[in-house]
Design a protein around this ligand. Structure first.
Ligand SMILES: *Cc1c(COP(=O)(O)O)cnc(C)c1O
Length: 444
């Protein structure tokens, strides 16, 4: 394993990375952006090494993907063994056992002890598309209800389900019909205040569905139990259980999009577990397979089995190498109690960000759960005016000092922390020191 130490040998990005970035400009479509253009050669634990020999602390996990860490030995061994045996047959042609193992694990680990089935795909967007296909087919209804600040992917349907225009939707329409957007329970910005947010948001959402869509036309309500790209928005206690109950009463399929929040990230197996919410369908991807592309829809057997044979699938869905990686990742999560580790990381980050917020009132709110933590930056805590420029400056400050950080949020003013659960406490504290330096410098 590469040494778990931040090392800066050049400016960030260094000369070799800058060379590669000019090749990128000449060869790669401009629409494919790079947030921090250091070109990676190795990664392990909590460190990413680049072509100039710099070693950066990773607080992003490639957007919540390498939850078990790059270079996780179980994943490396399982993938190596599977690659040597066979890499692909297509499960729809001649199946193989690792696909079954992943589905059995998903059925057992996702919330609820009812009978479940799973289907495997390649990306989060594909999983969300398939959840909608299944909900529509099973209910015979068409409408899909989604939330402000929601993010569900970049395919046509999931772009339409995503809230934010730039950069995800701008000039990419027209979007698929029968997608309806309702307000999100966002305590920090709820007009009636955080105490009234759960109840008022639930009433607003159900009134809107009733008045503008009609429950009997609604196939699915799709929600991230903690919103990711939209700003790590954590709905107040009571909102998700109330929403799930409303869906149950009206035969609406309640879909939890746990692509970002799932697989130990929030300190439980799934964010839905926190309040005992049992979704009808749950979509997973990102953290599921240690960086290999894999995604899934898991849910009630009666819904999943409603679709005719051949109605679901895809050439690569549930690729055997990705399945081997998923089984090894899940084994690591179980054996190493990574949910517990996520809670420990959450405590460290929460404490450090809490002290930082006392020093800098521009930190309007620190929120999140487990190792899915964010701070929302504002120009003034009284007006809560989003401070996107400050977020960008602090982000750049962290990058320059060798820490991989990410921003998010509809207004671009949320700083999010998604460290691999394999990161050490010392690196986390060092990264928080760097964050503090960068905040101090940006506000000086
Ligand atoms: C990232 C993400 C997606 C899309 O996943 P891709 O693998 O990028 O297609 C969908 N939903 C949520 C909540 C996500 O965070």
């Amino acid at each position: 394993m590469i040494e778990q130490q931040r090392i800066l040998t050049t400016a960030i990005p260094g000369p070799r990375s800058r060379e590669l970035q000019s090749r990128k400009t000449a060869a790669v479509a401009a629409g494919v952006g790079t947030g921090l253009p250091v070109y990676v050669t190795d990664g392990a634990g909590g460190i990413i090494r680049d072509v100039d020999g710099n070693q950066l602390i990773d607080l992003g996990s490639g957007i919540a993907v390498t939850t078990v860490g790059n270079g996780n030995q179980r994943v490396v061994d399982a993938v190596t063994e599977q690659i040597a045996r066979f890499t692909h047959t297509c499960f729809m042609v001649t199946p193989y056992e690792p696909y079954l193992g992943v589905c059995e694990k998903l059925n057992a680990l996702t919330p609820g002890d009812h009978e479940k089935r799973s289907a495997l795909f390649n990306s989060g967007a594909e999983a969300v598309e398939n959840a909608v296909k299944i909900a529509r087919h099973a209910t015979g209804r068409q409408a899909v209800v989604v939330f402000e600040h929601g993010y569900h992917g970049r395919t046509n349907l999931t772009m339409g389900m995503t809230a934010k225009n730039m950069p995800y939707k701008h000039r990419f329409g027209p979007f698929a019909p029968e997608v309806y957007r309702v307000p999100m329970a966002y305590p920090y910005r709820w007009a009636g205040g955080p105490e009234r947010c759960a109840e008022e948001a639930l009433r607003t959402v159900t009134d809107l569905i009733h008045a503008q869509v009609g429950e009997e036309n609604t196939a699915a309500v799709v929600i991230e139990p903690i919103q990711g790209e939209g700003g790590f928005i954590v709905p107040p206690e009571g909102f998700l259980p109330g929403l799930a109950e409303y869906c149950r009463e009206h035969g609406i399929v309640f879909v939890a999009d746990e692509v970002q929040s799932g697989f130990c990230r929030t300190g439980d197996w799934f964010a839905s577990d926190h309040e005992g919410v049992v979704p009808d369908l749950i979509t997973t991807a990102k953290g599921i397979a240690g960086g290999m592309p894999l995604a899934a829809v898991t849910g009630r057997a009666d819904l999943m089995d409603a679709v005719h044979g051949g109605g679901l699938g895809g050439t690569y869905g549930g690729n055997p190498v990705a399945c081997a990686a998923a089984l090894a990742s899940i084994e690591s999560m179980e054996a190493d109690d990574l949910a517990g580790r996520a809670r420990g990381i959450g405590k460290i980050l929460g404490d450090r960000l809490g002290s930082l917020a006392e020093k800098h009132p521009e930190i309007g709110e620190v929120r999140g759960r487990g190792a899915m933590v964010a701070m929302e930056l504002v120009t003034d805590p009284a007006t809560k005016e989003p401070a996107a420029a400050l977020a960008a400056a602090v982000n750049k400050g962290c990058h320059d000092r060798g820490v991989v950080t990410l921003t998010c949020g509809t207004y671009g003013n949320v700083f999010r922390f998604l460290p691999p659960l394999s990161v050490g406490d010392d690196l986390l504290h060092e990264a928080m020191d760097v964050l503090e330096e960068s905040m101090d410098a940006a506000l000086a």
